[in-house]
Design a protein around this ligand. Structure first.
Ligand SMILES: [Zn+2]
Length: 198
């Protein structure tokens, strides 16, 4: 939820005020103290290796030809490893043999944090209603989209000495590798963000 207008604890109207370095929606009613921190939500993503190939899936609400990793939210009282295994089972019926962390990636457009695993899986694929179709791609033939989950695929392939080829989802053309090392000089701007952003 990006913009709360009323306090979910007491129903008072929230104020938009600077707090801990950012403008946030805050409840000023005595004794309430609610703050909408708006922190990113963790999302699990799986680079699924199945019979030597990587599994990509198309969500039922996505356009044709738009395939991506299996993803899902964590449940309370669940480790990320078991969460990614559960999502994979629910969405594809596959059983997880191992899950090892590839990395953690931002997905700012949706205020999410992607936690990406390499999952080795076995079993018979049966898609849930959430997914419309899947494809199995040989790792050396993989073309990678320019987004957080794509970066996970790129890091996975790179560490195995495989070619890393990015493409533009809109045009289908190859593009240069968009991954960049973190520029820590941007930290100053991040600290100032709350003062200028309203
Ligand atoms: Zn309140």
């Amino acid at each position: 939820m990006h913009n709360y207008r009323f306090c979910p604890q007491c129903g008072s109207e929230l104020e938009h005020l600077p707090m801990s370095g950012r403008y946030r929606h805050v409840c000023l009613r005595d004794g309430c103290g609610f703050v909408h921190w708006d922190n990113p939500l963790p999302v699990l993503a799986a680079v699924v290796e199945y019979e030597g190939k990587l599994l990509l899936a198309r969500n039922a609400v996505w356009p044709e030809k738009m395939f991506a990793l299996v993803t899902g939210f964590m449940e309370r009282d669940e480790t990320p490893e078991l969460g990614v295994a559960r999502e994979l089972k629910e969405e594809t019926n596959l059983d997880t043999v191992s899950a090892s962390l590839i990395g953690v990636y931002d997905f700012m457009r949706k205020n999410e944090l992607i936690i990406a695993y390499h999952v080795q899986a076995t079993g018979n694929i049966q898609l849930s209603e959430e997914l419309a179709e899947y494809k199995l791609v040989a790792p050396e033939k993989m073309r990678i989209w320019n987004a957080g989950t794509g970066f996970a695929v790129a890091d996975f392939l790179e560490r195995r000495g495989m070619p890393v080829r990015f493409y533009d989802r809109a045009t289908g053309d190859d593009i240069p590798d968009p991954r960049r090392p973190t520029d820590f000089s941007l930290l100053g701007a991040s600290l100032q963000y709350g003062i200028y952003q309203k």
